[in-house]
Design a binder for this molecule. Sequence first.
Ligand SMILES: [Zn+2]
Length: 313
Amino acid sequence: MCRLFGFLVVGFACVTAMAGSTLPDVVPDRVASRTYVIHGPMGHPSPENQAFINNPAFVITNAGVVVVDPGSSVQIGDMLLRRIAEITDKPVVAVLNTHVHGDHWLGNDAIYRAYPEARIYAHPNMIAEVANGAGDQWVDLLMGLTDGAIAGTRVVAPTSALSHGDEIRVGDVRFRIHHTGKAHTLTDIMIEVPEEDLVFTGDNASNGRIVRMDDGSFTGNLRALDLALDLNRKVYVPGHGQSGGKALVQAYHRYLGTLHETVSYYFEEGLSDFEIKDKAGAKLTEYADWVGFKSELGRHVSLAYLEVEAEAF
Ligand SMILES: [Zn+2]
């Protein structure tokens, strides 16, 4: 019953456990006329959530279904396919992977098993990282964090490259690709869907949850969000958390910007990253109840410190 209420719905309200499984089975929210998002549980991979923590999504075109980020495992991908089948009998014809972090794309396996002809797209940097073993590393990591809940998931790599400025058309819908260099990772694409007045930001934006920045750049991520905001679209689908309007992108921009500015200021003053952590926390109280704030803040300050230090030389 959650499907048509869009942004008013809190994903958890729709979570039901499937018979014989603890896998959260979340009803898609319709966020634009042809676009649905399964707003996944907020948190970090665990046996309870079975590493289902992202926002698998799909766009129903008149030539078939386009999936964006089918989740962290074959099990999540299968759940997504069941949810798609409740809404349309059209086949999945394409998959877009926003970046290399495994919670977003290991579900490719389920799509491939059901629709081996579907093309799987990603940025060339992601295709290269997966060719170098990133998928196997993510399977091992998520197997460990979930006590084996993703067992059976095989690495199905994206094979079709999409770079900044590329556009593909699937039936009556266009998918325009934006990449601004290293942002959340080196591999991010943001996907603009003009017909839906919508942008999939991947993990360049997150809503209500702090994401890891170990593979990213604060200034690069801010640059990507500047571009996302310049697109001036009505709907933004973040990598984690509820979809919404520009305000959610602005809020994440403010988080990254405030953190980077604070670290830069106190770096100039000669403080250590350890000394800066509390000062940054005091400026970021708006985010204190975001999932991961307490656990990631110190790490983010340290990473921003290294980045500021490198910029200074
Ligand atoms: Zn990520």
